[in-house]
Write a protein that binds this ligand. Structure first.
Ligand code: IMP
Length: 179
């Protein structure tokens, strides 16, 4: 794949679809083993998690449920730290084993907020599964238990991740070309 222009920025290929697939295989093996017999409830965080949710759930062989919520916390290429309200949590969380599905964990603001909201519903347990994790940007103590790939603190798009609405459809992961 060649470089791609999205609005004002150019992106170059970084992680292939095949590499992502292999990394998701490993996450699925871990979740299948950990949650066997526990009927986990996966909660995908929209919009970005649709790709990861779909790819991961294809590989989940144990009994499970999935639902989606929406939070918005990000504008442009740096995290604003603003987290808006959580929309669409209709399932009963009390006593359930919850796995939150994120496209990417950057500063951790979004996931910390979500965990706070979920804790109010008294689940039996909550863990986080992320397609991508930026350890160098992460500012929280909460463990990100299931990570497909750790990446440097670069801005990326593709496989659900966007730059101001564009790029979610691109296969694999592309990285911002810095001038
Ligand atoms: P956090 O709250 O800083 O952890 O950011 C989480 C959200 O910011 C993610 O769910 C994404 O929507 C967005 N985000 C963080 N890093 C990137 C990136 O490199 N590309 C696109 N979106 C990102």
């Amino acid at each position: 794949m060649t470089t791609v222009q999205l609005h004002d920025l150019r992106f170059e290929p970084f992680i292939s679809e095949q590499e992502l697939g292999r990394a998701i295989d490993v996450v699925a093996v871990g979740i299948n083993a950990k949650y066997a017999g526990m009927r986990p409830l996966f909660i995908g965080v929209l919009n970005g998690s649709f790709f990861f949710a779909s790819e991961l759930l294809k590989r989940i062989t144990i009994e499970c449920e999935i639902t989606f919520v929406k939070v918005a916390s990000y504008h442009g290429t740096t995290s604003t730290g603003q987290v808006h309200q959580l929309i669409g949590l209709n399932e009963r969380i009390h006593g359930r084993h919850v796995v939150v599905l994120e496209d990417i964990v950057d500063t951790g603001n979004t996931i910390e907020h979500l965990m706070g909201v979920l804790a109010d519903h008294q689940p039996a347990s909550v863990s986080v599964a992320a397609l991508l994790f930026k350890p160098a940007a992460y500012k929280k103590d909460l463990p990100i238990e299931h990570v497909a790939m750790r990446i440097p603190n670069d801005f990326v798009v593709g496989s659900g991740l966007d730059h101001d609405g564009l790029g979610r459809n691109l296969p694999g992961i592309l990285r911002l070309i810095k001038d």
